[in-house]
Design a protein around this ligand. Sequence first.
Ligand code: UGY
Ligand code: MN
Length: 256
Amino acid sequence: MTRRDILPPGIVGHNRTMVTPHYAVMPPDGILESRLPGFTRTKIRFHTSPAMGANFAQALLEIDADGGTPVPLQDGLEHFFYLLEGEAAVVADGQAQRLDAGGYAYVAAGKSYSIQAVGGPVRAIWIKRPYVPAQGITPRASFFGHRSQVPRVNKHTRGRNWQALLGEADLSMDMEINILSFEPGNYFPFVETHIMQHGLYMLEGQGLYLLGREWHECWAGDFIWMGAYVPQQFYATGWGETAYLLYKDVNRDVTF
Ligand code: UGY
Ligand code: MN
């Protein structure tokens, strides 16, 4: 038996990964990479997809210097890109913009998009889904933004802020993507149970997430999928501010 045949301590005892029919907790270490046609020098680590039960797909893009999509892609879906690190040249429906960390792009359904790393590697969150049209509602066009330009709204109590990157209660959108920030020790005053799904990427800090009846410790770099109606509650721990990027499907009726 060689050293390589021995299971290192920690794989079992320290595992935090949990995938259930209603939610998933996905620390980054075990998420293997995909390569996709249309992308060069890019690792795509899918966090969730319809295969898990999600009504959207979310991935971490790791683009090497000068990698990305050499030509624009178009697949009928709506897309959202959020830069975590590096600098990227992003084109959304023919409009070009340089994005740095905190910059984001919304690509309206059916419009073309491209993302390319400029001058060094890039890490970005990529969310995509089929847009759900609604009678009498004109879909919103593609646009860009930056976390630093989005107002921090103190909704209910001190120390807990919302930033609505795609706007809020905008019926032209079928999803919201918000950054929720928490001072240490802050928490939601009740356990939420709602029809909307979530894709959550921990940007900064750490905390305890209640999912169903189980508490999960999570921190920067982790992904959580919450299916419809999963009971959810968050307590921020640690010494600094915690923030997460949160996808939520909104503004549309149920389907039968
Ligand atoms: O708006 C929300 O649904 C949000 N409060 N949920 C969450 O952070 N899990
Ligand atoms: Mn919620």
